[in-house]
Write a protein that binds this ligand. Structure first.
Ligand code: ADP
Length: 500
């Protein structure tokens, strides 16, 4: 209907224009003829002003028609387009709102001030607020979170504040309290800043998922593994002890065939004992139960002693071992080239539990011995103002590059002909990473096939002054526990490696 009336209007408009132009041409023709052809001069006298007036009136009419017919039609068309577009946008808005409300994960959107602009039902349920109540309220009132273990989060580290302040992505597992505090959930929270293409932040969007049940299942599983490995360690230790007695020539008499069998049984029992021990350490490391008593440790003295203790296991395989201090090393994990670094001080203080760090270095050293057929193992120490770097280097088979990114994962072992025959649990490097992370450190490896591997550990370095302060504070605490004890130490106490 609309289309046919449009066509009619257009035809009318062009007809009107045609008539007007024809009249104009006729009048102009008359005037020109009267001027140049004398016989036609009478005609010009007959062309009176009324005719000229009529032509002008028709031209005016055509102009008005143009305005009314066409412009009105266009404006009618554009207003209908706008209303159509508005309708489409409205329905898109509604669609988006329905979608967001239907997401099973919680969604919260805030402005730059932290006021809630949007919250879906799932998020509202988790917080104990209703959607209507929560809108326009400051997010920290609605969204009450603590660290996963219930520890309070400092104000400046509150997730939304941190994301808006640093324009940074946030991804952590936290504890969320309901409005009346009666319910605590473990949530996985991801917050991203909402940024314009020009880099301007105009809010934050959070996605949260309730993982309480998953965490409880993980806790029960870890508890089972921990109890089982703890219980099984005792009989395995007893078997290992009796096998050792059977193999001891001073205690037992066995024939050479039986000795061969018992030696194999002894090796497997030792492996089983190590597996249970590693499983126990892994579950403890995962749920934060790893015993940890940090003290000030001067790594130079500590590693020198430890290398002395470890060199026998390398020597048994015909491998040399050495300890070097202050050589060049790559401080930055991203820089694979070893760069010469300035050795600022000869004393490298760190604040760690010496038993835990010994466990890490021993693990790396044992691996180096296990995966090296000839050459030497080097334990090295270097650093700069902020970092103490320890490395364990071997001249072994190296690690294929595709395995390197996975080495520090639980149960990961490189499976190839060279490693298949070498026993292991795939837990050693995972435990190393967990312990190093306990001290805000980093562990990584640089390896070249056929040439060897170097495992690096970076630990935060303590200044001598800070080391002294911490040592004195520890001595005071110790003295308070035992009133008869000696006065606080004046110099940092150095934790030395103890033979295992
Ligand atoms: P495992 O008990 O198998 O040694 P780890 O977690 O200690 O478990 O090591 C994981 C894997 O990393 C090992 O299976 C081995 O393939 C590889 N690996 C570790 N250290 C070295 C090394 N020094 N040289 C070559 N490969 C190594």
């Amino acid at each position: 209907m609309k289309n046919s009336s449009r066509v009619l209007a257009k035809i009318g408009y062009y007809l009107l224009l045609l008539i007007t132009v024809s009249f104009g041409v006729a009048v102009l023709g008359g005037v020109v003829a009267a001027r140049f052809i004398p016989d036609v001069a009478d005609f010009t006298e007959k062309v009176d002003m009324e005719l000229v007036g009529a032509v002008l009136a028709v031209l005016l009419l055509a102009y008005v028609a143009d305005i009314f017919l066409l412009r009105r039609r266009y404006s009618a068309a554009s207003s209908s387009e706008i209303s159509k577009l508005a309708g489409a946008l409205r329905s898109k808005d509604e669609q988006a709102a329905i979608l967001i409300q239907s997401i099973a994960d919680g969604v919260i959107v805030t402005d730059t001030e932290g006021k809630i602009n949007l919250i879906n039902r799932a998020a509202a349920n988790m917080t104990g607020w209703t959607v209507e109540e929560a809108i326009n309220i400051n997010v920290d009132q609605v969204f009450k979170v603590a660290k996963e273990n219930g520890e309070e989060i400092p104000k400046e580290e509150y997730p939304f504040t941190a994301v808006l302040a640093h324009k940074a992505f946030f991804n952590q597992v936290l504890q969320l309290s309901s409005r009346d505090g009666s319910r605590k959930r473990i949530i996985s929270l991801v917050i991203s800043p909402v940024v314009t293409p020009t880099g301007e932040v105009f809010g934050a969007v959070a996605v949260l998922r309730d993982i309480s049940e998953q965490r409880e299942a993980e806790r029960q599983r870890a508890e089972f593994v921990s109890t089982a490995s703890h219980e099984m360690r005792t009989p395995v230790a007893a078997i290992e002890g009796y096998l050792a007695l059977a193999l001891n020539e001073k205690v037992s008499t066995i024939d050479s065939r039986a000795r061969g069998y018992l030696e194999k049984a002894y090796a497997s029992t030792k492996h089983l004992g190590k597996l249970f021990q590693d499983l126990l350490t892994t579950t403890k490391a995962e749920d934060g139960r790893l015993s940890n008593h940090p003290v000030v440790v001067e790594m130079g003295a500590f590693l020198e002693q430890l290398t002395e203790d470890l060199k026998f296991s390398a020597a048994k395989k015909g491998l040399n071992s050495e300890f070097i201090v202050g050589s060049s090393g790559s401080i930055d994990a991203t820089n694979r080239e070893e760069t010469s670094i300035k050795v600022v001080r000869p004393l490298y203080y760190v604040h760690v539990d010496p038993d835990r760090i010994r466990e890490v270095i021993t693990n790396l050293f044992d691996n180096a011995v296990k995966y090296t057929q000839q050459g030497k193992i080097t334990i090295g120490l270097t650093g700069n103002d902020d970092v103490v770097q320890i490395f364990v280097r071997d001249t072994g088979a190296g690690i294929p590059p595709e395995h390197v990114p996975h080495l520090f994962q639980k149960f990961y072992r490189v499976d190839n002909s060279a490693t298949r025959t070498i026993g292991g649990t795939g837990l050693g490097l995972f435990i190393c990473r967990k312990i190093v992370e306990l001290y805000n450190g980093r562990i990584w490896v640089v390896s070249e096939l056929g040439k060897g591997s170097t495992f690096y550990i970076n630990l935060p370095r303590l200044s001598t002054q800070k080391a002294q302060e911490l040592s004195q504070a520890a001595a005071v605490t110790e003295a308070e526990k035992k009133p008869d004890a000696a006065q606080p130490a004046q110099a940092p106490t150095v934790a030395q490696s103890q033979p295992q």
